[in-house]
Write a protein that binds this ligand. Structure first.
Ligand code: SAM
Ligand code: ZN
Length: 388
């Protein structure tokens, strides 16, 4: 396999020669390379480095498992760029990935810190290598087949980080695939990516419940073609129950845009909206907070000290995440509301200020440049639109 050398953060990496693997349209295609490496995911890996740093700062001497490592980019970066990492396992079942990851360990002088393995991720995580404080699941497509084993391998106060690139099923384009993989019904709405992330989190929490593990999201973002969530573990059946009680359903009216949230799995769902149209439902899914604002601030506080190529955009994302952290589920789209209200959309900043003046929660959202999040009722939203 032809390779080239690149640098991500402070880590050198030997990766497949990117120019050689292109689609007919000329786009670089990581799926065509013998060992997977996607340069577009540097953005996501940068944020992970800072997230792991925050965890390591709190717990000290952490053990990390990069269970689906490819060339080893994540695991190596955690070992090289994070202070307080005691041990990293970088694992991939592909023999070529394993060989390349081993060379990358040598390249960075990390042999004392990083062990490279060539196993099936589920076998590794269920196996006898002890518990990990940070488990990274970064698969092709759906992480669903690995979540059970990842929960089994997570330490008492650990963190599980998950990437999902099967955003089409999770966001309602392939309903049956979502039901099969995640046991939940998605919905194609203006906030379908948020629903997809909430379905993913809900699924992970239900799997974690079997392990008497409570996994609360501390950061979640939808970027480009993927979702990424970070969940913090706490042990105990009661804590797991408390989190599961915050799961439920979103009922959506496509005629007027109203939403209803129903907590609890066994509860009845509303059938018709006050405008007279029928609701459609998504769930079960996580209805609680998507982020912990303090954690997001700490991640941003670490990231700002680093000299990452995409640092500025990463900080913009994190600041949007912090802003919306304490908001209710299901953001609105300015143009969607304008269309339904028969009014032209106001300037988003001025509109948010008006909602806040009236005492409501209001913020922008990282999910969409024209999205806003509020707990104001629909009538109030429409009134402000019309007055603008
Ligand atoms: C999306 S790539 C990982 C990318 C990598 N984390 C990075 O940031 O560059 C997914 C990897 O999982 C590996 N893989 C797929 N199924 C696996 C399994 N059951 N056990 C271990 N590795 C697996 C593939 O060989 C591939 O390298
Ligand atoms: Zn309605």
């Amino acid at each position: 396999m032809p390779t080239q050398f690149i640098t991500e953060g402070a880590t050198k990496l030997e990766v497949p020669e990117l120019e050689r693997f292109r689609t007919r349209a000329g786009d670089y295609a990581p799926s065509l390379t013998p060992v997977f490496y996607n340069p577009q995911m540097e953005f996501c890996r940068d944020i992970s480095v800072s997230a792991v740093q925050v965890l390591a700062g709190e717990l000290g001497n952490i053990r990390v498992c990069d269970s689906l490592a490819g060339v080893g980019a994540r695991g190596l970066r955690y070992a090289k760029e994070v202070e307080g990492v005691a041990k990293v396992i970088a694992n991939d079942r592909s023999r070529e990935a394993f060989e390349l990851a081993k060379r990358n360990v040598e390249l960075n002088g990390l042999a004392s810190l990083v062990e490279v393995l060539n196993e099936d991720a589920n076998v590794l995580l269920w196996g006898n290598r002890g518990r990990f404080d940070f488990v990274d699941l970064d698969p092709f497509g759906s992480p669903a087949p690995f979540v059970d084993a990842a929960c089994a391998a997570l330490s008492r106060k650990g963190m599980l980080a998950i990437t999902a690139t099967d955003t089409a099923p999770l966001s309602g384009t392939h309903v049956k695939a979502c039901l099969r993989r995640y046991g939940a019904k998605p919905l194609k709405t203006e906030y379908c990516h948020e629903l997809g992330i909430r379905i993913l989190i809900g699924f992970v929490q239900r799997v974690a419940g079997k392990h008497e593990l409570a996994l609360a999201p501390v950061l979640a973002h939808a970027t480009r073609h993927y979702f990424r969530v970070y969940l913090r573990a706490r042990r105990g059946a009661q804590r797991a129950d408390e989190l599961l009680a915050q799961q439920g359903y979103v009922s959506h009216c496509s005629a007027c845009g109203r939403r209803r949230f129903t907590q609890g799995m066994a509860a009845g769902l509303p059938s018709s909206c006050e405008c007279g149209s029928e609701f459609v439902h998504a769930g079960p899914l996580w209805l609680g907070r998507l982020m912990d604002r303090a954690f997001v601030h700490e991640v941003a506080g670490d990231l700002v000290k680093r000299n990452f190529k995409f640092g500025q955009q990463e900080l913009v994302l994190l600041s949007r995440c912090a802003e919306e952290a304490e908001g209710p589920p299901a953001f609105y789209d300015l143009h969607g509301v304008a269309r339904r209200a028969g009014a032209s959309p106001p300037k988003i900043i001025e509109f948010i200020a008006k909602l806040r003046e009236r005492g409501y929660f209001a913020s922008r959202t990282h999910f969409s440049g024209t999205g806003f999040r509020t707990d104001a009722p629909m009538d109030e939203i429409v009134k402000i639109f019309k007055s603008a």
